[in-house]
Design a protein around this ligand. Structure first.
Ligand code: NAD
Length: 381
């Protein structure tokens, strides 16, 4: 019988859990056994009793004996070295494993003969949509970034006609219109703001306009940005300089900037420099969702709010953790949807011929399969 372990997430500030009572039940229906570390769902609003009622076996957090027997560990963030050292050789780890340049993880997987899927590398094909954890979590980040901005801003978002006169709507600039950016646009529009958007992928303009936002045209220079698998490819420093020029005027008139521009495996493009911050009005707000990969905005720091000449710069590094109940529900369904098809006729099979598995499997029985990414931080294909 295939056994799962749902661990207590030990990373600082992590509030999500990798399985809910709903998905535990589904794994049991597949004939599996599920061990659940006590308290692992509490921060996300899922209590131990509900897992027990669903059929999971509750175990203590420090119970290393269980780690030695389980076949599959479902995690949100990569478990620490100590945790991994107890897993049995041949076991299988699935989660957001932060694979780019993660040599320490590679060494542990190798030495312990562990197979692992990094959800960040799942190919963005239609069949993968229900398993796409980057999307489910980025969607939350985009939504929450706008709520954070609205509560930090010294103005209303919508236009209001009051007895004391008319209030003009706030102007929001969204940088990067991927999953988080599109949700930020939709949320800001719902709150009544006027929204301007910059992105370097061609396909995005139409999506942005269909949400009622205005697209900021790309700089007119020789270089044409390209993309691969739905992702932007890195543009040159000259392009970024020209792009900053186009953005400067929009930002000087903006009340809020939501920064979501990223290139997988690379440093995030620095789209707002200090001079542009100088020109933003005191009281305006910048939310930098790209802060963990270097940030789109000068001066942003992970998890911190910096007030610079009256401009609030919020380094929003873990917004999905601020909505842990829904973040966990969606994440755990992503995992279920990925793993369910791997059970065939009662047997669990890691099928490297499957495009989804091949794209995201970083280690098979300890052999590192994505050395370009995991050892050198190279970009995904
Ligand atoms: P991401 O987080 O890597 O990047 C966010 C956005 O930043 C992207 O839209 C990118 O073009 C943009 N960007 C990069 N450099 C920029 C710059 N210099 N200036 C402005 N913007 C810049 O990407 P993501 O949000 O995870 O996904 C990107 C796209 O992938 C989605 O919009 C969608 O088209 C596609 N996608 C497809 C599927 C699927 O088919 N299964 C699932 C999810 C996403």
């Amino acid at each position: 019988m295939v056994s799962f372990l749902i661990p207590f997430e030990s990373a600082l500030g992590e509030t999500r859990v990798s399985a809910t009572p709903e998905t535990v039940k589904k794994f049991l229906d597949l004939g599996c056994k599920v061990f659940f570390e006590k308290g692992a769902g509490k921060a996300a609003g899922f209590l131990d009793d509900t897992y027990m009622d669903a059929g999971a076996e509750l175990v203590e957090r420090e119970n290393d004996e269980v780690k030695k027997i389980v076949d599959i560990v479902l995690c949100v963030q990569p478990p620490n070295e100590k945790f991994l050292s107890h897993l049995k050789p041949g076991s299988f780890l699935v989660g957001l494993l932060n694979p780019y340049g993660n040599k320490l993880l590679a060494e542990t997987l190798k030495s312990k003969n562990i197979s692992a899927i990094a959800l960040e590398l799942l190919p963005r094909i239609s069949r993968a949509q229900s398993s796409d954890a980057l999307s489910s979590q980025a969607n939350i980040a985009g939504y929450k970034s706008v709520l954070l901005a609205a509560s930090a801003l010294d103005r209303y978002f919508p236009m209001l006609m009051t007895a004391a006169g008319t209030i003009q709507p706030s102007k929001i600039v969204v940088l990067g219109a991927g999953v988080a950016g599109l949700q930020a646009i939709a949320t800001a529009k719902r709150l009544g703001a006027v929204v301007y958007v910059s992105d370097i992928r061609e396909a995005v303009k139409e999506q942005v306009e269909s949400l009622g936002a205005r697209f900021i045209e790309l700089p007119k220079i020789d270089e044409t940005p390209s993309e691969s698998g739905g992702y932007a490819k890195q543009v040159s420093d000259d392009f970024i300089v020209a792009q900053r020029k186009e953005l400067a005027k929009q930002l000087s008139e903006a009340d809020v900037a939501i920064c979501t521009a990223q290139v997988p495996g690379k440093k995030a493009p620095k789209l707002i420099d200090e001079k542009m911050l100088d020109d933003m009005r005191p009281g305006s707000v910048v939310i930098d969702l790209a802060v963990l990969s270097g940030g789109n905005c000068a001066c942003s720091k992970p998890g911190e709010t910096i007030v610079r000449e009256g401009v609030k710069i919020i380094g929003a590094s873990n917004l999905p953790c601020s909505i842990p109940n829904h973040a966990s529900s969606l994440y755990s369904r992503n995992l279920l949807s990925l793993l369910q098809p791997m059970f065939k006729e009662g047997k669990f099979l890691i099928d490297n011929d499957d495009e989804l598995i091949a794209g995201s499997l970083i280690s098979k029985d300890g052999v590192i399969l994505k050395s370009e990414i995991i050892e050198n931080g190279g970009t995904r294909s």
